[in-house]
Structure formats: C-alpha cells, structure tokens
Design a protein around this ligand. Sequence first.
Ligand SMILES: Cc1cc2nc3c(=O)[nH]c(=O)nc-3n(C[C@H](O)[C@H](O)[C@H](O)COP(=O)(O)OP(=O)(O)OC[C@H]3O[C@@H](n4cnc5c(N)ncnc54)[C@H](O)[C@@H]3O)c2cc1C
Length: 423
Amino acid sequence: MESVRNLIIGAGITGLATAAFLGDEDYLVLESDREIGGYCKTIKRSGFVWDYSGHFFHFKHPEIESWLRDRMGGQEVRVIHKRSFVSYGGKLIDFPFQKNIHQLPQDEFIDCLHDPYFARLGPSGPTPETNFKEMLYARFGRSIAEKFLIPYNEKLYACDLGTLDKDAMGRFFPHADVTDIIRNMRAPDNATYNATFSYPQGGAIEYVKALASAVRPGAIALGEPLLGVQPARRVARTAKREIRFERLISSAPFDKLAKLLGIAHDDAAFTWNKVLVFNLGFDKKGPRGVHWIYFPDRARSFYRVGFYDNIFDSDRLSLYVELGYGRNDVVDVEAALARVLDDLRKEGIIEDHALVDHHSVVMDPAYVHITRASMAEHARLKRILEDQRVYPVGRYGGWTYCSIEDNIVEARALVAGFQSRSA
Ligand SMILES: Cc1cc2nc3c(=O)[nH]c(=O)nc-3n(C[C@H](O)[C@H](O)[C@H](O)COP(=O)(O)OP(=O)(O)OC[C@H]3O[C@@H](n4cnc5c(N)ncnc54)[C@H](O)[C@@H]3O)c2cc1C
C-alpha cells in the first residue's frame, strides 16, 4: 500500500494552496475532475474568456497578491474600481441599495428612510434578530427589506431566509445604519468588501496556475476521486489504489466528506443552493460603465448579471448570468437560456444582438446555507475529525461563505499549525 504524509482532497484553490504551503513536505492531491481549479476554472471560446461565473479577486494581504503575481509571467492583470448597480423599477440604482435610497422616487425614498429609523423603536423595543430575515427587517425596516434585500437574497439562496443564521453572509453583507444612509446622500461612499478587484486577462485560472506552479510536479492525481476513508486505519480508497495517510486535508463538500468517512452526523443540518451560470458572448458591444447588476425582481429569472467585456474594454458583449435553485430542483438548461435571453432583452441589456457562443455550468453546491444547525454540527464534527487528523477546509469543507483569498489564508494557517506542532 502507498503511503503519504499529507493526503489532500481537491485541486481547487484551497487544495493547491495547501500543497504549495507544504513546500518540501510529502503530499499527494487527489482531484476527481480531469482539470485543476475547482470552481476557479476558465473557459475560452470564440475569443471570449469566461469563468464559472465572475471570479474576481479582492486581496487584503499584499504578500499573497505579490506571491501570486510573481508566478504569473507576462499576464496582464487589471485592477478595477467596480461599478455595480441594482435594477429597480426600470432604473439602475447604485449598489448597495440600502445606502442609495435617495435615488428612488420620492414616495419610496420616504418609506425607505422612515422604516429603518423607526425599526428599532417599536412599541415593544427593538425587533428580534434571531435569523437572517429578522435581521434584515430589524436593521433596515420593511421597505428596504421588501424592495431589495429579501427578494434578491431569496432568489440567490433559494430558501426561506428565516432559516439562515443572522450572520449567514458574514463580512460580505453591506451593513448600513441610518447615519450611513443619510451621509451617503451628500458624500457617496459605496465601498464594499469588493470595491476594487483584480482580474487577469487570461481569466481566473491564471491565479490557479500560479498556485499550481508551486506544487510538486506529479503530486496531483487528476480524475481520481476519493471514494472512501477508514479513519481508524488512516487509509483512503480510490478506484485505483489504497493510500495510507498521516493527515487528511479535504476541500470536498463537508456533507460528502462525512459520508465518505462514515461518521454519524445530522445530514439535515447541511443544505445549500445550486447556481446555474450562463456565459454568453454576443456579436457587439452592450452597456458600458457597469461590471455587474443585481436583480431583485422576481419576474426576472436571474439574480445577477456581470459584464466581462467592461473589465478589459473588449468590443463584444460578454456576460455571466446567475440563476439560483434549490438543491433538489431540476435545472432545465435550454428552457432557462431562452428565458434569460428574453429577460436580458426586457432589461435592455441586449437589443438586436446575436448570440455568438455560450457555455453553462451548474455550481452544486454554490452557496451553503449557514444556519444555527449547520454551524453547531460542523463545529462538533470538526473537533472530532481534527482529533483523527482529518481537516475539512475551504469554502465547502468549512461550510462557509468566503473568498478565494480567504481560502489561501486558511491553507497558510493550517500548514503553519502543522509545522509549529511538529517543530
Ligand atoms: C457563484 C459564485 C461566485 C463566486 N465569485 C467569487 C469571486 O468573485 N471572488 C472570490 O474571491 N470568490 C468567489 N467565489 C468563491 C470561490 O469560488 C471559492 O471560495 C473557491 O473557489 C473555493 O475553492 P475550494 O478549493 O475551497 O473549493 P472548490 O473550488 O470547490 O474545489 C474543491 C475541489 O475538490 C474536488 N473534489 C470534491 N470532492 C472530491 C472527491 N471526493 N475526491 C477528489 N476531489 C474532490 C472538486 O472537484 C474540486 O476541484 C464564488 C463562489 C460562487 C459559488
């Protein structure tokens, strides 16, 4: 039987970053897909460069960004000040909606300002915030919640927002109080965690390739899914072999890992949405000066549309379009495409444009549902697994909402922890 010190599951950002930080240590990466990159893959067709939905990079750690950039050869990387909007009532409102209510018609503006002011002053004191939906009502009042925050997030998460934890979006949720809202009327400050983003000409995969360049050649086994683990024996099984390991580091979705390990768990605690992504390339330019638009209107099939062509100022409209589904929903791609094209016309994004090429992918899971039950069950199981030197990591191993950079930071901290324990 083969043995390896560190067995890494998944050659996405997290798995590759873990391998890269392990340096000279003994490791093997098992990847079920035939290519590296996980959700950070890029598709190049008919002159268009597309990802699995827009994958933009927001670095808070300059040393991580420069480490990656040093490994990206002659790749042009643009740093973009994002321009994002909400399509509301036939107009584009600056994002975040809650800080730009002064751009609404006067009657709606008054409602949106009145409600958050009084939301915390109800007759029985502040309204409760025991879940995400209650948090939206309590902090923003009925009008902002019902005009944008609730319909938009219901389209994205495809679930009852009352089941999500109030901090289900963590730092990715743009909070604003009445003072912020009023200040924004005179001095716009729409900065969110992704106010600027960087993007390589060759697509998101260029960052993946940079990580992979620090991984030992031959240490990634593609097309070889992990099929089972016997934690007590410290043995993993694929269709080709059994591998003895000292540590198992898995970026596979946590619910799937729990099953592979045969560990008793509450499966109902882990739910998620699926996102159908269309990448659409047209014959001529579309709207300029916009990077993405949010669509709260339930009459529109998509919740977000992004404009690749406005990143590198290319001369043909190139879009990613995202549609949210429940995890058990059947996705009819052809029917959805027809509807998307119709909705794009209704929104004025396309007119007499001809579709040159397109691509679609279902991200499943896409956004995990962070609930009290998922947090408690994940934390309980993670403690048990870590005692067995099994480490669930990454966006899906960690059952969390995070960015690509967060995945790299997590991998770095994990490896530093290993090294300090063995020092
Ligand atoms: C719609 C959407 C848009 C996003 N946009 C952005 C963005 O703009 N910016 C940003 O920073 N982040 C974005 N993200 C988040 C980003 O995609 C993730 O943080 C990141 O890609 C996660 O990388 P990962 O390696 O943890 O997981 P993954 O990319 O899921 O990689 C896991 C890998 O494990 C493999 N695997 C699974 N099971 C097995 C098994 N049994 N055996 C072997 N291999 C297995 C999979 O094939 C996969 O390659 C977005 C996410 C979504 C859903």
